[in-house]
Design a protein around this ligand. Structure first.
Ligand code: 8YV
Length: 324
């Protein structure tokens, strides 16, 4: 088993009891890591990784590979069709990160609306020299309209925080209706355009796919009122980032709270690093000690089950596996 994403010591020990393990770490460059992975995969049956781009060429170099366990819920960086064709199972880590990631969604809503980072920096810079006046005021969160683009597990957890904790009116756009959430939260399903025109906060939680790439582009941003705030905790490429920068620079929307970007790490030259109305986080959605440990444990459990020929806890393409 090749491990690219560090498990903790106890988890590594559990894995070593059952399998020969190659831990790949400490490579200086992405190229060096790619080369090491290419070699290590030659005899591997399993791979635990996260965030690394797995190509078809890598799969070709891994004739014995049976399962890849990603330490993430998103799996847009895996060549799923090529894995299906080879009968390689892909497992991810849903559920265990839902609440933690929803916390970051709400953190961004609050921080952007109340300008927390900008104003905290003012204090830090010794610029809090007199009482605040309206140019420094933020906007309310409670009682406003929250528009969820995507109402999966994480979307629902954010919507719950909004409706039950902050008295927000929730509307959502999603491929399928969610009647249970509609009755629990009083949420209503609307077309994306309506959502964009009528929400105070638009929160993007859809997975990245061919259908959702650049779902929010120039046209969509223009539908949002100038008082609205855009939050993205999904994947950077769901939003046209150049169009978003242009929209923010001309005051087309009030602000943006972003945990994900087209390119990560976000280049220091990006205007998103310096626009005051932007709260940019370094992709911390699931980054707590507790949740990252639970994610690693889920990946490990998935791998051990799959290599023992049993059904894993969370598989993305179980049908291809069953066929194999
Ligand atoms: C992290 C995430 O990027 O789960 C996901 O899809 O985006 C995050 O939890 C990361 O993959 C954790 O290793």
């Amino acid at each position: 088993v090749v491990v690219l994403k560090a498990l903790d010591e106890e988890q590594m020990a559990t894995l070593r009891e059952r399998h020969d393990v190659v831990l790949l770490e400490g490579h200086d460059s992405a190229e060096a890591l790619d080369a090491a992975l290419h070699d290590a995969l030659h005899d591997a049956h399993g791979l635990i990784c996260s965030g690394h781009r797995i190509t078809e060429a890598l799969l070709d170099a891994a004739p014995a590979l049976r399962v890849i366990c990603t330490v993430s819920v998103g799996y847009d960086n895996y060549p799923l069709e090529a894995m299906d064709a080879r009968g390689i199972l892909l497992c991810n880590t849903p559920d265990v990160l839902t609440e933690t990631t929803a916390d970051v969604g709400f953190l961004l809503i609050m921080a952007t609306a109340r300008r927390a980072v900008e104003l905290a920096n003012m204090v830090r810079d010794g610029q809090w020299t007199h009482g605040l006046t309206p140019p420094h005021f933020g906007t309310d969160v409670h009682g406003k309209t929250l528009g969820m683009v995507g109402m999966g597990r994480i979307g629902a957890a954010i919507a719950r925080r909004g409706a039950l904790g902050f008295g927000m009116r929730v509307q959502y756009s999603n491929a399928s209706p969610k009647p249970a959430l509609e009755s629990e939260l009083g949420a209503s399903r609307v077309e994306l355009d309506t959502l964009l025109k009528t929400s105070d906060f638009v929160c993007v939680t859809v997975p990245l796919s061919e259908q959702t790439e650049r779902l929010i582009g120039r046209r969509e941003l223009e539908l949002m009122p100038a008082s609205a705030i855009l939050i993205n905790i999904a994947r950077g490429r769901v939003i046209d980032e150049a169009a978003l920068i242009e929209c923010l620079e001309r005051g087309g929307i009030r602000g943006a709270g972003l945990d994900v970007f087209e390119q990560e790490p976000l280049p220091a030259s990006s205007p998103l690093t310096r626009l005051p109305q932007v709260v940019a986080l370094p992709h911390i959605g699931s980054a707590t000690h507790e949740t990252r440990r639970a994610m690693a444990q889920r990946a490990l459990d998935n791998l051990l089950l799959a290599l023992a020929g049993k059904s894993p806890l969370s598989a993305v393409n179980e049908a291809s596996w069953t066929r194999r």
